[in-house]
Design a protein around this ligand. Structure first.
Ligand code: 4GY
Length: 262
């Protein structure tokens, strides 16, 4: 998979390429990341990439000519690419989009700076607009890095355990279960007994149940449009029965009856 990033700050990408999984992906030739400097396509002695906005107002706008040249050159070199503008106006990036992107051969990220890019770039050269969240950065570069990072770890053959991303938070629409490692007791807190039992079926059940509980408590919206398998339904029904039992006890005695009139 090839990532191409169009930016006026190509040096910003060096640290991303030098560490961890992204570096490993590059070493294993599973991915490549190439920063294209917009300034290399700018004309004149000053190689300007920005200009004052028509209609007045503060701040600068990215000039269309050098940006268009940089995008067109990249699209010509990577004919299967999808060109994505990083902007708070785009659809919000999530794990589902990461999975969609990992099936692409080439992605060109366009990173804006200043107040934004000339509108005529958006309408002709951009295939898609993506945001990493509802906040405003000073440029698209960090957003591009966030997406490259999240997509790279899904590329087959980079992460150690092939199936470890399948067990991630969100990959099956649930938050991940808790993790524990040695020591057995840390600052007075124990590791759950079931994880020490060696009973793999029980451990799987415990992990699924804690995933469901955590999702229900922290991100209940994830459960609303999700198809549950039979194991998951069993767990939800078990909770239902427990809750019904609690309510039943209350209704037999009447509200507030058990609190001793407090
Ligand atoms: N949020 N998600 C984001 C952003 C900066 C001015 C247009 C975001 O993706 N990108 O805030 N980008 C702006 C800066 C030009 C992009």
């Amino acid at each position: 998979m090839n990532f191409i990033v169009i930016t006026i700050f190509p040096e910003m990408f060096a640290p991303l390429l030098e560490h961890g999984i992204v570096r490993k992906g590059i070493q294993k030739e599973k991915i490549s990341v190439q920063a294209v400097n917009i300034r290399d396509f700018a004309e004149g002695r000053h190689k300007m990439t920005d200009d004052r906005p028509y209609g007045g107002g503060c701040g600068m706008v990215m000039k269309p000519e050098p940006l268009a040249k940089a995008i067109k050159a990249s699209q010509k070199r990577f004919p299967f690419s999808k060109t994505i503008l990083l902007t708070p106006q785009g659809r919000v990036f999530n794990q589902g989009l990461a999975q969609e992107f990992v099936s692409l051969k080439e992605i060109i990220f366009v990173c804006g700076r200043y107040e934004g890019i000339d509108e005529r770039i958006c309408s002709n050269l951009i295939d898609d607009e993506v945001s990493i969240g509802d906040f405003v950065l000073t440029g698209g570069e960090l957003a591009a890095m966030v997406i490259i990072d999240a997509v790279t770890r899904l590329v087959p053959g980079i992460l150690g355990g092939e199936d470890s991303t399948e067990k991630d938070s969100f990959s099956d629409g649930l938050i991940e279960h808790a993790h524990f490692t040695r020591p057995r007791v840390f600052e007075g807190m124990n590791v759950p007994e079931v994880l020490l039992s060696g009973d793999h079926k029980e451990i799987e059940n415990w992990r699924l149940e804690t995933s469901l509980i955590r999702t229900f408590l922290k991100k209940p919206d994830l459960l609303e449009n999700r198809a549950f398998n039979s194991n998951e339904l069993e767990i939800l029904k078990k909770w239902c029965k427990s809750v019904e039992k609690i309510i039943h006890t209350q209704s037999v005695s009447g509200p507030d009856a058990l609190s001793g009139g407090q």
